[in-house]
Design a protein around this ligand. Structure first.
Ligand code: C2O
Ligand code: CU
Ligand code: CU
Length: 510
């Protein structure tokens, strides 16, 4: 069947963007653009993709060979792309030496297709997820989610973009030529040992904090700018590092979209903060013969995070992320539209919360993830209002599967405009209370839960995660049980949320 689908030949995601543009001696390389994944639409109208998770070797740092993991190549993965209303089927083959999963981050998807810890793919096995795209255009991503090992799998290179299109967004005058003026950009931090291997040792309390920045899989990349406006779809694909992005020359940009799609209108900004798992889309204007650098600046939004902790979590660091080179005449681009999307409020500010979550250490509401504990159930098609507060002296964020939510309040005030669009992950510095509103439409399933968790991957792996079922009226919870030894293919010592989770005292949260 895979052959009939035209399974893409194994193309390395890195290096395929035509390595032109390297200036001899300066060590910079052209930004690799992940290829668009091949797909075929059968007589049934289903758009089929094939991914193969496997091992390889890539040149993340010029001149060094690094063993990495990737989808359909040595590192990262092709960009999947589908339109609202389409039914997709993605077959994932696991050619890794261990169990993995593939999760569609930000996707409204049935729980059994979600690709979280309940959909393990054993080595040499495969899994097909199928669902109908029923959400607006957005820049989503896919990544492994094996229980207790997500950080390692992502760190070794497994992640890719999943772009969604819709007619309203296509009709807008936005840069939209993939790889030319519409650029996917995943930012990750890594550490290398002297032999070029990824250094997986000695995680800090926020995980594998790296000193080397990779963009689309390589260090020290540049982009040759050909148009007077460039749209960047930026994903923080790091384990635990936040980025406060801006330009070295101080130029501003338009923030046009967050995790779940377009904002109501472009916002003029000179900085934008993204925590692990979050995405933003920005449009940057260029003219003339100038170079500039996209840079990450020290993190300003720290809540009550103590200075010494903040420093140890990388909050004071600055990095060059991507150089932009405009050495020739630029193709003119249309001005940005004044308005982008209409966002209907899910619930008004002041709506009483249905539940509340406190984030602390590796726990949510003082409990660590337990595969045998469903934390709560939600009635399908009801509006949920949740409050989330980081009561820790660590940074955390909060991600919910299946939905895009709205932040309706930060403490008692409306959210700042950059947080007023659709979100699936929100940075929660210590202190403020974030009130989220969301609706779990359709996809009720008494057997398979969805996850909510901190997206700092070390925290998630150590149990800063919980699970809930979405139930239809009259349905009773009947969660599937996973066998931690055979299904999960892991020894329980490393299953941080398993046995150790219950030793921590899995107190019910309310
Ligand atoms: Cu990006 Cu539960 O994941
Ligand atoms: Cu997710
Ligand atoms: Cu956390």
């Amino acid at each position: 069947m895979l052959a009939a689908l035209g399974l893409a030949p194994v193309v390395a995601a890195v290096g395929c963007a035509g390595g032109s543009g390297s200036v001899p001696g300066d060590g910079s390389r052209a930004l690799p653009i992940p290829p668009l994944a091949e797909s075929s639409v059968g007589a049934d109208g289903v758009r089929r993709f094939a991914l193969r998770a496997g091992v390889g070797e890539s040149e993340m740092v010029l001149g060094k060979k690094t063993p990495t993991w990737g989808y359909n190549g040595a590192v990262l993965g092709p960009t999947l792309r589908a339109a609202r209303g389409e039914t997709v089927a993605v077959t994932v083959r696991n050619a890794l030496p261990e169990m993995t999963t593939v999760h569609w981050h930000g996707m409204h998807v049935p729980a059994r297709m979600d690709g979280g810890p309940y959909q393990p793919i054993q080595p040499d096995g495969d899994w097909t997820a199928t669902w109908t795209i029923s959400q607006q255009a957005a820049s989503l991503w896919y990544h492994p989610h094996p229980h207790g090992s997500t950080e390692k799998h992502v760190y070794r290179g497994l992640s890719g973009f999943f772009l969604l299109d819709d007619a309203d967004t296509n009709a807008l005058e936005l840069p939209k030529t993939y790889g030319v003026d519409d650029i996917p950009l995943v930012i990750q931090d890594r550490r290398f040992s002297p032999d070029g291997a990824l250094d997986e040792s000695d995680p800090s309390d926020v995980g594998l904090l790296g000193d080397t920045i990779l963009t689309n899989g390589i260090n020290r990349a540049h982009l040759d700018v050909r148009t007077s406006r460039v749209r960047l779809r930026i994903l923080n694909g790091s384990s635990g590092r936040l980025y406060n992005l801006g330009f070295a020359d101080g130029r501003d940009f338009a923030l046009i979209a967050t995790d779940g799609g377009l904002l109501p209108a472009p916002l003029r900004r000179d900085r934008v903060l993204i925590s692990p798992g979050e995405r933003v889309e920005i449009v940057v204007a260029f003219d003339g013969d100038a170079r500039t650098m996209l840079r990450s600046f020290p993190i300003e939004n720290r809540g009550t995070l103590p200075a010494r902790e903040a420093a140890s979590f990388g909050f004071d660091d600055s990095f060059d992320i991507l150089e932009f080179r405009t050495g020739r005449t630029l193709e003119p681009a249309a001005a940005l539209p004044d308005s982008l999307a209409h966002i209907a409020p899910v619930a008004p500010i002041g709506t009483a919360a249905d539940r509340s979550f406190e984030l602390q250490w590796f726990m949510i509401n003082r409990a660590r993830m337990d595969m045998n504990r469903i934390d709560f159930t939600v009635a399908v098609d009801t509006t949920q209002v949740w409050t989330v507060r980081n009561v820790d002296n660590w940074p955390h964020n909060f991600h919910v599967h299946d939905v895009q939510f709205q932040i309706i309040a930060v403490d008692d005030a409306p959210p700042p405009p950059e947080l007023a669009g659709w979100k699936d992950t929100v940075f929660t510095p210590p202190g403020p209370v974030f009130t989220l509103a969301m609706r779990f439409t359709d996809h009720a399933d008494p057997n398979y839960p969805y996850m909510f968790h901190c997206h700092l991957l070390l925290h998630e792996d150590h149990g800063m995660m919980g699970q809930f079922l979405v139930l239809a009226p009259g349905q009773r919870a009947a969660p599937v049980r996973m066998n931690m030894d055979t299904d999960m293919n892991m020894d329980t010592d490393t299953a941080a949320g398993g046995s150790s989770g219950s030793e921590m005292g899995g107190m019910p949260h309310h």
